[in-house]
Design a protein around this ligand. Structure first.
Ligand code: UTP
Length: 239
């Protein structure tokens, strides 16, 4: 099974706790040992936001702000790489082709941000699309996709399952609404739709939730299931 995991910076490194980073590394190693081909795209979290806020106050333009964010995501990817043991053969790269090649030969490919104007959600979707991943997992600090922003709307309801087209319909208006946080960025939603990629959005605060989602398809987040296929994912059953 080939999987790309988008690991939010706020999930991996909210406070630079090395034992948390080690916990994610252990889960990735165990999935790789079970025969899973893995690519991980790491986000920037609060540290990226702090840099962006400081630079915005210094009148940096949007591209400069994005570049700062990209640097932080790459720093977080590097941190995760240091936690992965030698056997995991972690390859940290800023090229999709190199990440795809690493993943195909059984190494764990690690990426951060790539291009201004998007987030690591899109990087994960592009990597997943380019390697024909069986599953794309968004391990975030939100616990799924809602019909409204749960931070501001007490009546917001979580979807257990959605089609990729429905995800796009949800994300487009949220992306127009400044301040509202879409569960995945708009480019990621469009790529998931155009390539009919089986995806999951889940609360990744506990690395074990990511493991259960990849191994068995078990989670309490939101499945994004292409209509063209009932169950394209070959779950890993080895425990
Ligand atoms: P994240 O992917 O962590 O952004 O990248 P986010 O989704 O806003 O963060 P979370 O998920 O809520 O924690 C951090 C920042 O880096 C820049 C953007 O400015 C983004 O907000 N970035 C990242 C890019 O410009 N391009 C990329 O490919 C990735």
């Amino acid at each position: 099974m080939r999987v790309v995991i988008s690991l939010g910076g706020s999930v991996l490194a909210p406070d630079l706790d090395s034992s948390r980073v080690a916990g994610y590394a252990a889960v990735l190693e165990s999935l790789a040992d079970a025969g899973c081909e893995i690519g991980v795209v790491v986000g920037g979290g609060g540290v990226a936001r702090d840099y962006i806020t400081a630079a915005r106050a210094l009148d940096a333009n949007e591209v400069e702000l994005d570049q700062l964010g990209i640097d932080v995501t790459r720093l977080n990817a590097r941190l995760l790489g240091t936690a992965l043991g030698e056997d995991a053969n972690a390859v940290r790269t800023d090229e999709y082709d190199a990440a795809g090649a690493a993943l195909r030969r059984g190494d764990i490919a690690l990426m951060g941000g790539m291009t201004p104007g998007q987030t690591t959600d899109a990087v994960a979707a592009i990597l997943a699309e380019s390697v024909d991943a069986d599953l794309l997992v968004y391990a975030t600090s939100a616990d799924g996709v809602y019909d409204a922003d749960p931070a501001t709307d007490p009546d917001a309801t979580k979807f257990a399952s959605l089609s990729p087209a429905e995800l796009v319909d949800i994300v487009v208006p949220m992306s127009r609404d400044a301040g509202a946080s879409a569960p995945v960025d708009i480019l990621a939603a469009k790529l998931i739709d155009r390539s009919a990629m089986r995806s999951v959005v889940l609360d990744g605060t506990d690395p074990k939730t990511v493991e259960a989602a990849v191994r068995r398809g078990e989670h309490s987040g939101t499945d994004i299931v292409p209509e063209t296929s009932d169950d394209p994912v070959e779950w890993i059953h080895a425990e």
